[in-house]
Write a protein that binds this ligand. Structure first.
Ligand SMILES: Cc1cc2nc3c(=O)[nH]c(=O)nc-3n(C[C@H](O)[C@H](O)[C@H](O)COP(=O)(O)OP(=O)(O)OC[C@H]3O[C@@H](n4cnc5c(N)ncnc54)[C@H](O)[C@@H]3O)c2cc1C
Length: 302
């Protein structure tokens, strides 16, 4: 369990004290509010606040005085239209604030998404916990032979044991030295901001991360994708579940048009039209490079 009993009690207390409000309330988001959803071995994501719901998107699109549209089916249709036509600003009217606990090497990928607001736990101010990400055996894989940016077959037997042992003992030794350097036992002790230098990238950090729905969808499109590293993908997938409950129409449109859909170039579209007309198009006659053709075949499932 990634939370201490005290932290879990704080969350229970928050969930036990609802406040009346005139603001838009999304029942699906309320069900998640403050609750920590475990990710990896010590991490989690938890929604600490949100603004807006599906009808807030419609309200903004119509610049309306009331709820936005007259019926639920109108709302869904409008949201799908907005998503289909890349009309993005109404989605920016919804926001979510998450508390995330994640390994530092995952945080390095995550922080590349600049269109969010972040406040991270300070390892200058506080002492980091002895918590390191150690992959499950089925996540310990060899370098992929076909994809320089990916992993291949799962390691087994002695090799898997050896790698796990190195990961665990290096993490422990680095943390022991961290504590030793901080120690004021009969000495001055090194400052926290310096002692953290030797800690490995699998140590956990935490942050509050606030982002609007448009930019969150961009993040999820890239990080819940099969090409993303598994260790960040599992966070994106956990967030997807929360967002699906918070703004079900917007999430449904996102799944349909962005996660499940594909963009075709003019050349690819031309090939598709020729194929539908009965022509046997090949990579050589397509006008596309080998890479483009391979991806095009992936999209049309041939
Ligand atoms: C599978 C995968 C592999 C990757 N590999 C690498 C890698 O090897 N090396 C590496 O360095 N990165 C890598 N990245 C990170 C990637 O290049 C992006 O930095 C990251 O995905 C953030 O995307 P973004 O800039 O679109 O997002 P955000 O920073 O959230 O920006 C969202 C959008 O806002 C606009 N925007 C934001 N800031 C600016 C700006 N300053 N100027 C102009 N437009 C802006 C852009 O349109 C941008 O798409 C990888 C990402 C993925 C998903």
């Amino acid at each position: 369990m990634p939370l201490t009993p005290e932290q879990a009690a704080e969350i229970d207390a928050l969930r036990a004290t609802p406040q009346p409000t005139l603001r838009a309330v999304a029942p699906g988001a309320e069900a998640h509010l403050y609750t920590a959803h475990p990710v990896l071995d010590h991490g989690f994501i938890r929604m600490v606040d949100y603004m807006g719901d599906d009808s807030a998107i419609c309200q903004a699109a119509r610049v309306s005085y009331g709820k936005g549209t007259k019926s639920v089916s109108n709302d869904e249709g409008l949201i799908r239209y907005l998503m289909r036509h890349w009309h993005s600003t109404p989605f920016e009217m919804c926001e979510i604030k998450l508390h995330v606990k994640l390994p530092v090497f995952v945080a390095r990928q995550w922080i590349r998404h600049r269109t969010a607001n972040v406040n991270e736990y300070s390892a200058r101010y506080s002492i980091l916990d002895r918590e390191f990400y150690i992959p499950q055996p089925d996540a310990l894989a060899a370098q992929s032979t076909t994809n320089n940016q990916g992993r291949g077959a799962v390691l087994t037997g002695r090799e898997a044991e050896r790698v796990l042992e190195i990961l665990k003992s290096d993490s422990d030794r680095a943390y022991d030295h961290y504590e030793e350097m901080l120690s004021e036992d009969g000495q001055q002790g090194l400052a926290r901001e310096l002692a953290r230098m030797n800690l490995p990238a699998n140590i956990y950090t935490q942050w509050y991360w606030k982002v609007d729905l448009h930019n969150l969808f961009h993040f999820l499109r890239l990080r819940a994708d099969a090409h993303a590293q598994m260790e960040i993908r599992v966070y994106a997938e956990a967030i997807c579940k929360v967002v699906a409950d918070w703004v079900p129409f917007a999430y449904g449109a996102f799944e349909d048009y962005r996660m499940g859909g594909a963009t075709l170039s003019a050349k690819a579209l031309d090939c598709l039209r020729r194929m539908l007309a009965g022509e046997a198009v090949t990579q050589e006659t397509s006008g596309m490079s080998k890479g483009e053709w391979r991806e095009f075949e992936g999209v049309i499932g041939s």
